[in-house]
Design a protein around this ligand. Sequence first.
Ligand code: ZN
Length: 98
Amino acid sequence: MPTCQNCHNKWSWKQTFKRTFTSDGMTCPYCEDKQYLTSRVRKGSAIIPFIMITLIMLCNLFFGPSFIFFFALLGVIPLFFVIYPFFVEVSNKKEALW
Ligand SMILES: [Zn+2]
């Protein structure tokens, strides 16, 4: 879970999860300062859909075309949202993605 870089309070899972869906900056629940996702986290979350698509492709290649893997991966998505706040890191400044 992220720690606010301004007041150094640790955010709870719920507080982080709620802020995950705001696109531009996340307001700290303690000091109301704007915090931004680090480029590391943003890179990671941009890569995950590609990994999932690659996995579906690979499964289709090895086991023949099937929608089972597609639905299996769809089932993984809620799980991803549950674990995502644990990996979130924030910084005071908006970092460039690359
Ligand atoms: Zn704060």
